[in-house]
Design a protein around this ligand. Structure first.
Ligand code: MG
Length: 280
């Protein structure tokens, strides 16, 4: 190809690309109504009337809460949490008694499980946790805690670094049901992350209409993908659903006082598609 022909071809390419970009983004062109309808939807392809999603400001660093998250622990206090009283306070909900350290909190053995004051159903949940740096115990007795969605559907927390145990009980397992698809555990004392997408079950009276589903990313690794749950967490038995409210507290487990730590916990209620803009 001669130099002139090559230059002409380049110019033609540039013109075609510019035309394609202009086609997609003419000034003032915010969509089309002469395009086909999307199957089963009231919208044309590129419909200018289709509602836009709300603006969310992302966290400044990976793992930091976005602007619409409910921050359940920001490193300072447990004001978002409560727990069942014991002893003289038995039967009452009391202020959370787990120990707050510098930017984290830790199970206070024997005080019981932590519950959020607010209730949640469908959610996106970010949790960071660390098993004790000093290794004690074996199998289920080593750094055991748990993230219990709706106070009953457990994503296991356990020291899973060179710690043999049953597969459906290791860290990030849907406890007693499904082992994780991989084991990306960090060493004892190091911080792990769970990013959990949870779809609550629904009931019509006593009848289960739709089971719960969960997706879990553990230290950046997918370990469950839209996995159906058989029912609530239960030990040495097959789980069965029993009806409950559409929102219930999130729970963190005190498992025999294992000194598991947590930090940076936040949760979002997912939006649904095509919500009218005024209702966002
Ligand atoms: Mg547990």
């Amino acid at each position: 190809m001669s130099q002139n022909r090559f230059s002409a071809a380049l110019a033609l390419c540039a013109a075609l690309i510019a035309a394609a970009i202009a086609q997609q983004s003419k000034p003032g062109d915010l969509g089309f109504t002469d395009t086909p309808m999307l199957p089963g939807l009231p919208w044309h392809v590129h419909d200018p009337a289709r509602p836009h999603p709300k603006v969310v400001t992302p966290g400044e660093t990976p793992g930091a809460p976005p602007s619409d998250a409910i921050v359940l622990f920001d490193g300072k206090d447990l004001s978002q949490w409560t727990q069942m009283g014991r002893g003289a306070d038995a039967g009452k909900m009391v202020d959370a008694r787990w120990k707050v350290g510098s930017g984290y909190f830790e199970v206070a053995g024997g005080t019981g499980n932590l519950l959020t004051r607010e209730k949640f159903g469908d959610c996106q949940l970010h949790v960071e946790w660390a098993s004790p740096a000093v290794v004690r115990g074996t199998s289920q007795g080593r750094g055991n805690s748990g993230v219990l969605l709706m106070s009953r559907y457990e994503i296991q927390v356990l020291d899973a670094y060179n710690n043999p145990t049953y597969a459906d009980g290791q860290a990030s397992a849907i406890y007693g049901q499904w082992p994780p698809l991989a084991n990306p555990a960090r060493k004892p004392g190091e911080w792990n992350t769970y990013d959990i997408l949870f779809e609550a079950p629904s009931f019509d009276g006593e009848k289960l209409l739709r089971p719960a589903y969960v997706t879990v990313i553990y230290n950046g690794v997918m370990v469950h993908h839209h996995k159906e749950l058989m029912g609530p967490m239960i030990y040495r038995q097959v789980a069965h659903y029993t009806p409950h409210e559409s929102e219930e507290p999130l729970m963190l487990q005190d498992h025999n006082g294992d000194l598991v730590r947590y930090r940076n916990i936040w949760i979002r209620r997912p939006a649904s598609y095509d919500q009218p803009e005024a209702q966002k």
